[in-house]
Design a protein around this ligand. Sequence first.
Ligand SMILES: [Zn+2]
Length: 451
Amino acid sequence: MMTKHLERAAVLYRYWLTRRGMGRLTDRASLERWQEKCVRAHLKWVRRESPFYRELWGDVDLSRWRELPVIDKTAMMDHFDRLNTAGIRKEEAFELALRAERTRDFTKAIGGVTVGLSSGTSGNRGLFLVGKGERLAWAGTVLAKVLPGSIADPHRIAFFLRAGSDLYGSVDGGRIRFDFYDLLDPLALHLARLAKRRPTLLVAPPSMLRLLADKQAEGKLRIRPDKIVSIAEALDPSDRARIEEAFDQKLHQVYQCTEGFLGVTCGHGTIHINEDIVCIQKEYIDRKLRKFVPIVTDFSRRTQPIVRYRLNDVLTEREGPCPCGSPFMAIESVEGRCDDLFYFPASDGGGWVRVFPDFISRAVLAASADIMEYRVVLLAPDRMQVQLRVPSEAAAEARGRVAESIAGLCARLGCRAPEIEFADYWFAPGGGKLRRVERRFAFEPDPGSIR
Ligand SMILES: [Zn+2]
């Protein structure tokens, strides 16, 4: 059994390694060389320890690892028992994770391995395993990349999450005080607690940050964190503006999911992929718009190896290099899930036109300055609900303008606009992730039919 003291040393060691690496990996060529070496060594280990990958890859030469078969969440879950290297069965992992969510006690593990459950519909949830050493290394990496200033300074971290996990427990101790806020708790409780704790680092999904920003603007919350980080949901430009204004500072982002700690913003607000722990290949959806789906190979995780794993996310790459000079891949935005791409029928002939969520967001926000918040939900291919939060006297006009704006967007893209029904904005934090642009039905058009 590792003592608390040794655990702390492990976190600090990784923190130091990560900060040192960030200082040393300064040009693209040396980063790529180093990364290639790490990936190959890791895959050699994975081939030996994971029966699933061993069979999937056969005796392919690992210098050609970039051509190995791509897997996704379904494959990951279907082959769970033989993919993980800890000999954990899917049934026992599910049982443990569901019990933890019910009791809100996230400290239980199977032989030192923590089980996490990704969000999703009940039949489509992913299970993720993190070993003890990996957990400590993860904590060290996150602190190195997210903590403002030095780990030796005192920090008070407020972390909002839908479901907790013992992952975060390991960060606590010493000069770092870590408070976990359950998104299911009422807002009034959060406000009281935040006022008392006065966090120096505030980490929450943008939907919660937005609520806190509104309270801050109303004077019902008065906190001055050194840094605010948005996590777990796609960040909408309207939310970013409101949060930055209310707290009078730049909003940072962490791009992290159960599949890994994938990216974090630099001082310029650009998201950089954590290429010192993961390698991302781009599967372009639209090269001209620089939009792609990431294929992730994580060379830091051993308990549940993630190799050539297609994430269900749409990212937009940054057009030019980031002024910060980091050689790590720069991302303009994490747009959300592939499942939230809209497809509208082409206005001439057959086929479909793909409409990206950010097109919809921009069309709605550009329609009227009165719109404080919105949601767009595609209910059927030809039926869309638009929820708006606007002052009641401006509602009728805003609705008319949004309808015009969406019709204009569809005309430019050459597709038929759906029927729009309007409703008042509604969202309850804690119930699920906020997706401002959301498709409520499964639809995968034949790639040949997309214009
Ligand atoms: Zn940068």
